[in-house]
Design a protein around this ligand. Structure first.
Ligand code: ARG
Length: 468
């Protein structure tokens, strides 16, 4: 039984008409929770196997339930299963259909409530999504490293306040995002650990009087730690009303979206005619319907724009939970669309950003021209004076005076003569102008984490190894 995630239920035509229609429309969740069908069926298969072990189901009954559930799964996958809105949700739709076909289906819900069932389904679904999303995050890091490595010699101005500050390798700038995404990846793994706990057996609120084997179910559904020990929730009331795991995901997703949005903003700036540092391939841009010359960075803009809904989903979930008394309340049904949308949005943004970067080239000549701005090395000139023994505050002042002189003469700072520099401050020697040698300047920046030639090469090599 493979998993399929594309069988949208059309609302139209599937709803019963009559006086209850408005109520049914308001309360149903099948139009969106059908996405949990695969996990719902697998949760039921594990629950049924456990019920047979404890003597609630005979072997024949278990077999019949298994056959029935697999049949239903095959039909859902083939798109021939009819979802009924009057049956409210994915859980009732599947169970009702099973019971119609298999009398023993009526025993499946023994010691189970939709309250622990939906908590189980969402946790199982999110676990799978986290694994896929983790791969996609890693791949985006890889795309950034690849683009940096392919342009390893490219230097650009680094910016603060969107003003040229100091020169950095283009790769160093990209690796900043690799670091951010690495923290996101770590948060994703942390989140997984708290999603990966089995709530089944909590019943509606108070567990069951029947001797369920919760650990067996947990193992069947791979809710286990690194040693293979089962992980089950420890308080039935918490288990049926907890959605922390979903909020935690939405919270880390908000950070991912924020990081992608900042990267998008850099890409948009760099692709503008004003910067012109990069060129995004046509397939990843769109034209204007009116202005024939336009090539818009839509992937980056939409990624930036979609950050809003990811934040909104987080706030919606936090607000949903804040006033809820223990334990399950129907309000909780509102969790799914926000969670689904968050997962879909950050996964797509991550994938599309990686693809866009893999189709982006660097305008090396433009970058070289921008990086040759000698004002970027004003701080290096101050460091030169510091190496001569001058206190940094004084050096800063002396270079400031040199900048003022250059402005007055209408020349770049780097084109002041040694004599002109010396006229500003006697500490400037004949070798002061060496500070404006960009190659040397980059070779000097070799602190850990600095954009120096050796250091950036080292960081690129480190990431290539981590991400291989
Ligand atoms: N569709 C419901 C939800 O998403 C399933 C749980 C319903 N439980 C209940 N007691 N009505 O939360």
């Amino acid at each position: 039984m493979s998993k399929k995630t594309s069988a949208p239920v059309s609302r139209s035509g599937r709803f019963t008409s009559g006086p209850g229609e408005d109520v049914a429309r308001f309360t149903e969740s099948i139009s969106f929770d059908w996405r949990l069908w695969w996990h719902d069926i697998h949760g039921s298969l594990a629950h049924a196997a456990m019920l047979q072990r404890i003597g609630v189901l005979t072997r024949a009954e278990l077999k019949a339930i298994q056959v029935g559930l697999r049949q239903i799964a095959a039909e859902i996958e083939a798109g021939t299963f009819t979802w009924k809105a009057e049956l409210e949700d994915v859980h009732m739709n599947i169970e009702a259909e099973l019971t119609k076909r298999v009398p023993a289906g009526a025993k499946l819900h023994t010691a189970r409530s939709r309250n622990d069932q939906v908590a189980l389904d969402v946790r199982m679904w999110l676990r799978d999504e986290i694994i896929e999303f983790g791969r996609e995050l890693r791949d985006l890091q890889r795309a950034l490293v690849e683009l940096g490595a392919a342009n390893a010699a490219v230097i650009i101005p680094g910016y603060t306040h969107v003003q040229r500050a100091q020169p950095v390798y283009f790769a160093h700038h990209l690796l900043a995002y690799v670091e951010m995404l690495d923290r996101d990846y770590g948060r994703l793994l942390d989140c997984f650990a708290r999603v990966n706990v089995c709530p089944l057996g909590s019943g509606a609120i108070a567990g069951s009087t029947l001797p369920l084997d919760r650990e067996f179910v947990a193992k069947e559904l791979a809710f286990v730690d690194a040693q293979g020990r089962p992980l089950v929730t420890q308080n039935s009331m918490d288990a049926v009303s907890d959605r922390d795991f979903a909020i935690e995901f939405c919270s880390l997703a908000a950070l991912v979206a924020m990081h992608l949005s900042r990267l998008s903003e850099d890409v948009i700036l760099w692709a503008s005619s004003e910067f012109n540092f990069i060129k995004i391939a046509d397939a990843y841009t769109t034209g204007s319907s009116l202005m024939p010359q336009k090539k818009n960075p839509d992937i980056a803009e939409l990624t930036r724009g979609k950050t809003g809904r990811v934040y909104g989903n987080l706030v919606a979930l936090l607000t949903l939970l804040k006033g809820l008394p223990m334990t399950y309340n129907r309000d909780l049904q509102e969790d799914k669309e926000r969670l689904f949308d968050t997962v879909d949005t950050v996964r797509a943004s991550t994938r599309l950003t990686a693809a866009m970067l893999r189709h982006t080239s660097v305008n090396t000549a433009v970058c070289a021209a921008a990086a040759s701005d000698s004002a970027l090395l004003a701080t290096d000139l101050a460091d030169y004076l510091v190496r001569k023994g001058m206190p940094f505050r004084h050096a800063h002042h002396a270079v400031g005076a040199a900048v003022a002189l250059a402005e007055k003469l209408g020349r770049p700072l780097g084109e002041l003569t040694a004599n002109e520099l010396a006229s500003v401050n006697a500490a400037f020697g004949a070798d002061a102008k060496d500070s404006f040698n960009l190659g040397q300047a980059m070779a000097r920046r070799n602190l850990t984490g600095a954009p120096g030639t050796k250091e950036v090469a080292k960081q690129l090599a480190r990431w290539k190894k981590v991400l291989k």
